[in-house]
Write a protein that binds this ligand. Structure first.
Ligand code: HGY
Ligand code: MN
Ligand code: MN
Length: 415
């Protein structure tokens, strides 16, 4: 006779703390960038946990890591749950890791209670969700959904140097216990738990967000090219200064785009000048633009606006501008059957929930193209994320895990 599965709060919180120590940064965050040494250490820890519980561990050719607990009928497509283990360079210890570890806790709770589910349940840690070390983000879930493949990205150079193909090979080789299986196997549904990374749930004192959609994202790389010259001897009329063009374009975009539309997001996160010498007018200036919007047409118009502003700034300073699109993620909607399962699991636990759209992109955005998908959000303090100060309370972690377990019981027992 099987018991009702229960989340083991102590085990979950200890697990979150243990993974937070892998790539820990002095200010309480993590630096566990995709396919690096720390990412491999976290993958190994998760794989060893899975093997210790008698689960099957496997990877695909882009090193998405899967931990599988068998169900009654192996012919049925598995239920997939999980998130990512890679982080931003100065990221928080909950972004991605919490969703992955809460998914693993659901497997352990089923195992502890001796529950035999109808179908297998698999935990996934998708490769390179963040895209900070290697653009684009969501490489693993894109490959899983057939929206990209290793060959598209293998020559990409990391911000710290190594080529993706080499780091990917090292990551696959670091887990010989995990057999390699074909990428993109069939799953009946995917549920990802994640911190909200925004302030709404905390402000409304609601412990569970039922994510119904994800807004669209584009990443542009803008390169202004001018003429390197002496900082001291070159009068204004002789200058072709790409930094002046970049500053004008960024100032114009920052003062127009977000003030004009509360749903629009525009961020210049990285900028670099070449040769980068204090007394040389730069030869070139490169910066990134991250734009987001829930509406696809508006997002397209935002990209045109960025292009036009940059071209005007280049022309007025006798510079040349090239703009390349590094990421183009269309907005996505999640499956009502899965969001209903999350609402019902929350209700059964007496937990308030509210529907919401995700401002961040997630692996679930791509998996939703090939399987019914939805997300569970839990609050994070002041909505702070992509910041070492990222924080989630123990109570919110445990509530999220209980909802995930409830959803897993519903979806995994369905034939
Ligand atoms: O940028 C994003 O939306 C995700 O958190 N990587
Ligand atoms: Mn994330
Ligand atoms: Mn993130």
């Amino acid at each position: 006779m099987s018991l009702k599965p229960q989340v083991n709060a102590g085990r979950l919180l200890a697990s979150v703390a243990e993974f937070a120590a892998i790539g820990a940064t002095p200010a309480g965050g993590v630096n566990r960038q995709a396919l690096g040494v720390e990412d491999r250490a976290a993958r190994r820890l998760l794989a060893e946990r899975g093997l210790a519980r008698g689960f099957t561990v496997f990877q695909d050719d882009i090193a998405n890591l899967f931990i599988r607990r068998e169900g009654r009928d192996a012919s049925l497509p598995s239920l997939l749950i999980g998130s990512h283990l890679d982080s931003q360079p100065n990221g928080g210890r909950f972004d991605g890791a919490l969703g992955t570890l809460i998914a693993f806790e659901a497997l352990e709770a089923l195992e502890d209670a001796g529950i035999e589910t109808e179908r297998a349940v698999e935990v996934v840690a998708f490769t390179n969700e963040e895209g900070s070390r290697y653009a684009p983000g969501c490489m693993g879930s894109m490959a899983f959904a057939g929206a990209g493949k290793v060959a598209d990205w293998e020559k990409t150079q990391a911000t710290d140097g190594p080529v993706l193909a080499d780091e990917l090979a090292a990551t696959l080789a670091a887990l010989p216990e995990a057999e390699i299986r074909p990428t993109g196997h069939a799953v009946c549904a995917f549920v990802e738990l994640h911190i909200e990374q925004g302030p709404i749930l905390e402000r409304e004192e609601v412990p569970i967000g039922v994510v119904t959609a994800v807004q669209g994202t584009k990443w542009l790389e803008v390169i202004f090219s001018g003429e390197a010259a002496h900082a001291g001897t070159t009068p204004l009329e002789f200058r072709k200064d790409p930094m002046s063009a970049a500053a004008a374009a960024i100032a114009s975009l920052q003062s127009a785009v977000m003030p004009a539309d509360p749903d629009a997001r525009l961020t210049v996160g990285r900028i670099a000048a070449e040769p980068g010498s204090i007394n040389v007018i730069p030869r070139s200036v490169t910066f990134t633009v991250d734009i987001r919007h829930p509406d696809a047409a508006t997002l397209g118009a935002m990209e045109l606006h960025v292009r036009r502003e940059c071209e005007a700034a280049a022309e007025s300073r006798e510079c040349v501008v090239t703009i390349s699109r590094r990421v183009d993620m269309a907005p996505g909607r999640f499956d009502p059957a899965i969001t209903t399962a999350i609402e019902e699991a929350s209700q059964a636990l007496g937990l308030k929930s509210r529907p919401m759209v995700s401002g961040a992109f997630h692996d679930a955005l791509f998996v939703s193209r090939v399987a019914p998908t939805a997300m569970i959000f839990v609050p994070c303090r002041k909505g702070i994320s992509h910041n070492e100060a990222e924080f989630v309370s123990d109570a919110h972690m445990v509530c999220g895990a209980q909802v995930m377990l409830g959803v897993v019981e519903t979806l995994a027992s369905a034939g």
